[in-house]
Design a protein around this ligand. Structure first.
Ligand code: 5AD
Ligand code: SF4
Length: 452
């Protein structure tokens, strides 16, 4: 099938927020070339899966999905099926040569040339572009975004940390940052379009660096664009949390008081084997300092259960750390060996059953802590951004605090989606707060944060 103007492309996105942001870049590139975006795979001439390799189960899901998409090829033989993202580099041989499942495989630094690779595939050859770049940041590409309240901007790409369990440095390459001015301009454009919240993204967002400016400078510059626009950021590495960054968060009422700070383990022995470059003591110091500098700050984390050589004692240290920090939320995983990483060569010696048991203990404890923290919120006032109707009923609105907690409030007729609303919390579960409607906040005149 020849490529024609108005060919339709469908993209499914797996994995982290960086991938969601990349999908918008891909759609921006393709739209520039005359493609239209469709939300239905069976309506598309090009079907792309933007993939994740971070854990084995993510890859297995994508193989499963490719199996389903085979039926699409029977009914529409000319359709081009392609893999983008982290699986591209890792598995191109398997996907193209061995399993012959796809027509095109394009890695995260080659999206500019995606239209060429699609043309190659339309001409009956395999489109392959998996080279990683030291410089590509897509600084000049305008991502395709539908109107809405929340947007994300990837401000740096890649990772130089080389945690021993992680494939990201191999699948996404070296760290590089976008130009500060172009990011600030993008924030301005989003504000002009009516967005209310922007998340600055990077695998290691706080190691952002551009000609003498660091991540704290970028945050401050973004926050100054529009005081009624909330700024969030993720993911932060404990090694790069500076005092300057903490003070910057504290000084700007529209920079959200929420830090996602992956700890991975509570045992110094395991942290060293993971090459995390900090100790538990250092990590706890950061938390303590952040809580002093940013009153009311909330924390979430990532934890891996069952890393090689993890003993029961090490696991209990993780439990102990969780009890000390009392995270507001956590993403918790079983260790999954990834080919090519340093840990892959270590003996994966924690039995599957033990990994599962430890993970469950971690999940149960986090749920209990989240429940207790949320119960403690009852009676307090919060400012939330109304994001839409609650999932369960259009009698209620769902909003979010700047500490990233979901609050359900009755759908008062004076509230519009996108409003900042003051609420008094009167009920709480481990995942959700419930509040009464106390009044609309005028963000031009009032602070977006009650603690700032
Ligand atoms: N096994 C389990 N979890 C992993 N993560 C990254 N690599 C692995 C792996 N091999 C988790 C880490 C990281 C998050 C994005 O995914 O906790 O912070
Ligand atoms: Fe992976 Fe570690 Fe880099 Fe995060 S900091 S992307 S876990 S190597």
């Amino acid at each position: 099938m020849e490529r024609m103007l108005n060919n339709k492309v469908y993209i499914e996105t797996y994995g982290c927020q960086m991938n969601l942001a990349d999908t918008e870049i891909v759609m921006g590139v393709l739209q520039n070339q005359g493609y239209t975006i469709t939300k239905q795979a069976d309506d598309a001439d090009v079907v792309l899966l933007n993939t994740c390799s971070v854990r084995d189960n993510a890859e297995q899901r994508i193989y499963g999905r490719l199996g389903n998409l085979k039926t699409l090829k029977y009914t529409k033989p000319g359709v081009v099926i392609g893999i983008l993202g982290c699986m591209a580099e890792r598995l191109r041989k398997d996907l193209i040569e061995e399993k012959k499942m796809v027509d095109l495989v394009v890695g995260p630094d080659e999206y500019r040339r995606l239209p060429e690779y699609i043309d190659t595939a339309f001409n009956g050859e395999k489109g392959i572009g998996v080279r990683l770049s030291k410089t590509e940041t897509y600084d000049d590409i305008i991502p395709y975004r539908e109107d809405g309240l929340q947007a994300w901007i990837s401000v740096m790409r890649g990772c130089d940390k080389f945690c021993t369990f992680c494939v990201v440095p191999f699948t996404r390459g070296r760290e590089r940052s976008r130009n500060l001015n172009s990011i600030v301009q993008e924030v301005q454009q989003l504000s002009n379009r009516g967005f209310k919240e922007v998340t600055l993204l990077g695998q290691n967002v706080n190691s952002y660096f551009d000609e003498g400016t660091d991540f704290a400078d970028l945050l401050a510059a973004s926050a100054q664009v529009d005081r009624t626009l909330r700024i969030r950021f993720t993911t932060s590495h404990p090694q790069d949390i500076s005092d300057k960054l903490l003070h910057t968060i504290s000084e700007h009422s529209n920079i959200c008081n929420y830090i996602h700070l992956p700890v991975q383990s509570g045992s110094n022995k395991i942290l060293e084997l993971m090459n995390r470059t900090y100790t538990v003591e250092h990590y706890l110091n950061i938390i303590e300092k952040a809580r002093k500098i940013i009153p009311g700050v909330s924390f979430s984390t990532d934890i891996i259960a069952g890393f090689p050589a993890e003993t029961l004692e090490d696991h209990l240290m993780t439990i102990d750390l969780m009890q000390q920090v009392r995270y507001d939320g956590a993403f918790m995983f079983k260790y999954s060996p990834r080919e090519g990483t340093k840990a892959y060569k270590m003996d994966d010696d924690v039995a599957e059953e033990t990994k599962a048991k430890r993970l469950q203990q971690i999940i149960d404890l986090q749920q209990q802590i989240s429940f207790e923290i949320n119960q403690g919120q009852i009676g307090s006032d919060e400012i939330i951004l109304i994001e839409g109707f609650s999932r369960k009923s259009d009698q209620f609105y769902s909003g979010r605090t700047d500490t990233n907690k979901i609050v359900i409030v009755p759908a008062d007729s004076s509230i519009t989606i996108g409003d900042y609303v003051k609420t008094k919390i009167n009920k709480a579960t481990s995942g959700t707060l419930f509040g009464s409607f106390e009044g609309i906040i005028d963000p031009q005149k009032e602070s977006l944060s009650l603690t700032a």
